[in-house]
Design a protein around this ligand. Structure first.
Ligand code: RP5
Ligand code: MG
Ligand code: MG
Length: 279
């Protein structure tokens, strides 16, 4: 059974709002918890991607299905709707009710591109871990502007945009800073990554233990690995942080990295897949 932790910390994501603290055994909705009384928090920014309040008469969401071009389906199966009409987090309680700072009630869909290559010595040979003699894998990580934590350069799926599109778009924006480039420069950068993004391996799809999650809104992602065995494509890329990234770099993969949300779990699956050093 899956458990969440990052969305049960003392304060709700980049705020002063306190979560109702609960022990692991009280997380599942199936465990009765009469004294559970979390704060309700819904941030209204007036953004076009924001759902209205659940009790707003103009809001007629179609839960658990495609709702026009909004994907309200969950990778986790059918989620429940409570007596007041609010979708329930498939993992359980988080200590905050409402939509928080997420845009959608229910699942909020993202995509995470995990770009990897082997770490190499000056003579270009693959670097092995001293003790285990396993090859060391690297991935491109960004430092997030919101929490300053290192993370996979993922982002939200725009409406019914194809996941393959989101993966490329977020990589271009956060790792190659295309939001600050000319049309011509963007074309050159797109051409340089197109081939790499042709052969992806699905690593994970499902719930993300994201600090923005609430009892009624949560992150889900599809994480894909794009591996450059010979460092042919990615070796010549000039990494430049952009959009919601403040820094970007190649990170050596190992078990004790501190990463945003549950990103380390996805990185572990990538390390396993390539039989790379982990611990
Ligand atoms: C995480 O938030 C996902 O795994 C993805 O990396 C990210 C998407 O949100 P933004 O980067 O757009 O804030 O849950
Ligand atoms: Mg982004
Ligand atoms: Mg992002």
């Amino acid at each position: 059974k899956m458990m969440h932790h990052k969305c049960r910390q003392e304060f709700y994501a980049s705020s002063q709002i306190k979560r109702f603290l609960i022990s692991d055994n009280l997380v599942p909705w199936s465990t009765e918890f009469r004294d559970y009384n979390p704060t309700q928090y819904t941030c209204i920014k007036g953004a076009p991607w924001e759902d209205p309040n659940v009790d707003d008469p103009i809001f007629k969401p179609k839960w658990n299905m495609m709702d026009g071009n909004i994907n309200r389906k969950s990778y986790m199966g059918i989620y429940n709707i409570d007596a007041e009409g609010y979708p329930l987090n498939p993992i359980g309680r988080t200590g905050i009710r409402g939509r928080g700072i997420l845009g959608r009630w229910g699942p909020n869909h993202a995509a995470d591109p995990i770009i990897t290559r082997w770490k190499r010595n000056h003579n270009k040979s693959i670097q092995l871990h001293e003790i285990t003699k396993k090859p060391i894998l690297q991935f491109i990580g960004i430092q997030r502007r919101d929490t300053l934590e290192w993370a996979i350069p993922g982002g939200m799926v725009d409406g019914d945009e194809k996941i393959s599109m989101t993966l490329k778009r977020e990589f271009l924006e956060e790792v190659l800073n295309t939001l600050e480039k000319t049309e011509e420069q963007i074309q050159t950068l797109k051409n340089s990554i197109n081939e790499l993004f042709l052969n992806g391996d699905k690593i994970y799809q499902g719930y993300v233990d994201d600090p923005r999650n609430t009892d009624n809104s949560w992150m889900e992602t599809c994480a894909m690995n794009f591996h450059d065995e010979d460092n042919n494509t990615v070796g010549s890329l000039n990494l430049e942080a952009g959009d919601d990234a403040v820094d970007v770099r190649w990170i050596d993969i190992k078990h004790d990295l501190n990463l945003y949300a549950s990103h380390l779990q996805f990185i572990e699956l990538v390390a396993l897949k390539h039989n790379a050093y982990w611990e």
